[in-house]
Design a protein around this ligand. Sequence first.
Ligand SMILES: Cc1ncc(COP(=O)(O)O)c(C=O)c1O
Length: 360
Amino acid sequence: MGSTQVLEQHDRTARPAGVIDLRSDTVTRPTQAMRKAMAEAEVGDDVYGEDPTVNRLEALAASIFGREAALLVPTGTMGNQIAIKVHTRPGQEIICEERAHILDWEMGMPALFSGCVLRTLHAEDGILTWPEIKKKIPAPSYARAQTGLIELENTHNMAGGTITPVEVMEEICDGAHDRAIRVHLDGARIFNAAVALNQPVAEVTRRCDSVMFCLSKGLGAPVGSMLVGSRTFIDQARSIRKALGGGMRQAGVLAAAGIIGLEQMVTRLAEDHANARFLAEALSQLPRLTVRPEMVKTNIVIFDVTNTKMNANELLGRLRDRGVIASGVSDSVVRLVTHMDVSRSDCEQAVDIIRSVVSK
Ligand SMILES: Cc1ncc(COP(=O)(O)O)c(C=O)c1O
């Protein structure tokens, strides 16, 4: 079944009447095809490794990423934190961008769970480069905490869905590996990056030691993220998942939706990217908003509201009153995320509403 048919089957009218929800691509609801597959999924106890649908999803993910193995985890946060735990030792540093999800939204878990310190650096548009990272790696010394891991985020959420180009990621991976440092990719939205780059995810991510990606964002599954990597990495990850209470039993009901996400929902991400670009271009016509449409390559648009004389929260409140919901990145920056539950006509309406609010 092609992705267009899936979209036709998907009931966009089920959301609260009139609300255009641009807060995140996590708000998507499973398609009819997913619901049917979930209802009919063959299941077993996945903690015993006996759930055939989970096993099928893990094999599929491993093959799409060209890796030895994959692991289904309940959330992206758990996936990232398991990877950090496997790759590091307590007392080590993890290099990441200063707005990284692992820092801002994962509840201090690198410190709490893995005993690591985050060594952050600011990167223009969230795109880290090897020359900048290299400066943050201390020389081998008994007297300094050593770098245990480099963590990249592609696409970069808080920087506006920006893409780190493949050659930039590869230079980072090669430089890290020369120093025996591993690289974990928070690829919550790596399929958005791959679709925008028109390259397979296996190519885009091939030098990273581990990748986490989400089924529950643009791919539309209700629950689930995945880790991919070597067999040894995944074996260790499975054990840590169990320790965290993330061993799920008849998880095939969730995996069934994930399989449809991987098989049918990837190519349609281009539609979300076109809608995001449409939003950015339309909003750039509004003199009180600061938007950079040329930066919008995937499904996230961020814009600065300082010249509206409202802070982000006030603006968000006024938009909400008129039926558009979005989220704030900071006191002055608002984020819109497109996904399969918003159509082009929803985006047109959203622009009209934003225009009426910021023009007053
Ligand atoms: C870049 C990034 N990484 C990780 C996550 C975590 O995913 P989850 O909400 O499933 O824990 C998110 C969620 O928004 C994200 O945007």
